[in-house]
Design a protein. Sequence first.
Length: 57
Amino acid sequence: MKKYAFLFLLLSMFFIFIAQSGNKYRIEIKDGQFVYDEEAVWVISGEMHYTHIPHQY
């Protein structure tokens, strides 16, 4: 049990350290577009439901 508590403490400290290290990149929205490090990017997403795929596939 002490082993898991120590591991949890160690991981918690690691994540806190990473969270405080600061961002090396910047993501924002300008003029209705996503901007990543001063460069416009497209975000393409979607979803597929297995019930809508024909059975032969």
